[in-house]
Design a protein. Structure first.
Length: 241
């Protein structure tokens, strides 16, 4: 690789120097390694969450003390997909010759903080209900923003979710959080006209972007995983199974 360009920017105009935070340096090194070493592909999929949103709003009205965002439903849908496609709940060992399949379901959640990106892990998502997950999500995002997360709260993840849905966007290409083999990016849900065979009807559509390590997962499997996820989110009866 060519060395990083060394430029005296002050030659061209006024500048200011700002050192990177400790978190930015650590996450930057990890992101750079993962981006360079993992052959990434991103599969995009749409989920119709019209019914899911109606249910979420109802649940929110019944539990006013809690903030129940779409993310907790996405966590449950991801666990269902990991169970159906165990290759996604896996890591390559350090030799790159063996796949380690995990029988537990710990999900990392990318949290944006003033000092940079951190990924706390919520353990045993398969064994927790939506309300417990909402409570835990609020707790870890608060801890993340107050820099109170311990190392054990940021390790052991099987799969990560990066939700930019509260901000905007229609799709993006998240970077796999090694040694995990896939990550789900979630963009902002929007009402779109959908053809139901007779007419266009307004439906709430959630854009999903699944990045995966192509050494471990092939495109057809990723397309199936993403379609399965969309199906889970599209039919809350499945999600509650
Ligand atoms: N579509 C539409 N609206 C959405 C949505 C989606 N996909 N996801 C969340 N929302 C809504 C929420 O319902 C909430 O609405 P109200 O304010 O009306 O209640 C609002 O957006 C804000 O949600 P939130 O961001 O506070 O909560 P969350 O559970 O969705 O996310 C957390 C929590 C911690 C993941 C988030 O705060 C965060 O930090 N996101 C950024 C992650 C990030 O930086 N990823 C990038 C990694 S790569 O650099």
């Amino acid at each position: 690789l060519l060395p990083w360009p060394k430029v005296d920017f002050s030659k061209f105009g006024e500048i200011e120097e700002k050192p990177l935070s400790r978190i930015q340096k650590i996450s930057g090194a990890n992101l750079a390694r993962n981006w360079a070493m993992i052959p990434h592909v991103t599969q995009h999929e749409d989920a119709d969450i019209t019914e899911l949103e109606a249910f979420r709003k109802k649940l929110g009205e019944e539990n006013k003390d809690l903030k129940i965002t779409p993310l907790v439903f996405q966590m449950k849908a991801v666990v269902a997909a990991l169970k159906a496609f165990p290759q996604f709940n896996a890591s390559l060992d350090e030799t790159g010759e063996k796949l380690i399949l995990k029988k537990y379901f710990h999900i990392g959640i990318a949290v944006d903080t003033p000092d940079g990106l951190v990924v706390p892990v919520i353990r045993d998502v398969d064994r927790k209900g939506l309300l417990d997950l909402a409570r835990e999500l609020a707790e870890i995002s608060r801890k993340a923003r107050e820099k109170k997360l311990g190392p054990n709260e940021m390790s052991g993840g099987c799969f990560s979710i990066s939700s930019l849905g509260g901000i905007g966007g229609t799709a993006f290409t998240p970077i796999v959080n090694a040694p995990e083999v896939a990550i789900l990016g979630v963009s902002k849900a929007a009402t779109k006209p959908v053809w139901n065979g007779k007419e266009f009807v307004p439906r709430l559509i959630l854009p999903l972007s699944l990045s995966y390590d192509h050494r471990v997962i092939d495109g057809a499997l990723a397309a199936r995983f993403a379609a399965f996820l969309a199906q889970q989110l599209g039919d809350i009866r499945r999600l509650l199974l």
